[in-house]
Design a protein around this ligand. Structure first.
Ligand SMILES: [Zn+2]
Length: 258
């Protein structure tokens, strides 16, 4: 009997540990609450390109040039510290019709150990920096590396943000080439996918975003060859882009399916 209850406890412990691990580390996991990781696959075949960790002079501006030439609107999840350094580039992202989301102030990778105060500050400070540069109040938040904890989810909700991750990634946060990025993403993308790319460098990293920048044009061409048109993240998901914008209709349907 004792042995039986010990076994029961052990199995329960493993299940709880598994659920917590899944909830924290899997970008698509919803263990800790509502997370959007893909958009609608209905209707026209569309995907959303999302760029993280900018704005970065020499990278974000070149990405914007290419998106402009190809007539594509994307989403940029910005790091607050980088926004304060590049307010004009931040303003340009918004002025050219792209979507801006919050990606924390410091992009601290060990932030999953942070508590309520840490997360409220990380998100609040970044919102303030973005609002100062653009006049816009972000309604979308993406946690660094896709990690989620109850503290992160609560801080995001407190600021009125939906939490958005991705379901397709280029693995361009590490050393790579434009060819590899395109090969990793384009043949495996389907309607409704949220694609993760990087136009920026984490404040404590030496990563070079050059491969990602050079991949933008061939990637968009390859997606279009497959019949997939990149649209803005809010268009793909039905999510409200900014806190002052009205809640679009149809969002609840999408949320219940993701
Ligand atoms: Zn990031």
């Amino acid at each position: 009997m004792i042995r039986g209850s010990e076994q029961f406890l052990a199995i329960g412990g493993v299940l709880i540990a598994g659920a917590v691990t899944h909830g924290t580390f899997f970008p698509q996991s919803r263990v800790f609450g509502q997370v959007i990781s893909h958009g609608s696959a209905d209707g026209a075949a569309r995907v959303a390109l999302t760029f993280d960790d900018g704005p970065t002079a020499g990278a974000t501006d070149r990405v914007l040039d290419m998106l402009g030439e190809l007539g594509v609107k994307a989403a940029f999840f910005l790091v607050g510290r980088n926004v304060e350094r590049e307010p004009r580039l931040t303003e340009r992202i918004a002025a050219e019709g792209h979507l801006i989301g919050n990606h924390t102030y410091d992009h601290f990778r060990l932030g999953m150990f942070g508590l309520a105060r840490f997360w409220n500050e990380q998100i609040g400070r970044t919102d303030k920096a973005i609002e100062q540069a653009t006049g816009l109040r972000p309604a979308l938040f993406r946690p660094p590396v896709g990690h989620k904890t109850p503290f992160i989810m609560a801080a995001a909700a407190r600021g009125g943000h939906a939490v958005v991750t991705w379901n397709r990634r280029a693995l361009d946060g590490m050393r790579t080439t434009p060819e590899r990025i395109v090969d990793r993403v384009a043949p495996h993308s389907w309607a409704g996918d949220i694609i993760l790319l990087h136009d920026g460098v984490e404040p404590r990293s030496r990563r070079d975003p050059a491969a990602s920048v050079a991949a933008v044009r061939p990637l968009i061409n390859a997606l279009r060859d497959r019949g997939l048109e990149p649209v803005r993240l809010d268009e793909l998901t039905g999510l409200r882009p900014y806190r002052d914008a009205p809640e679009p209709s149809g969002t609840e349907n999408l949320r219940s399916r993701t």
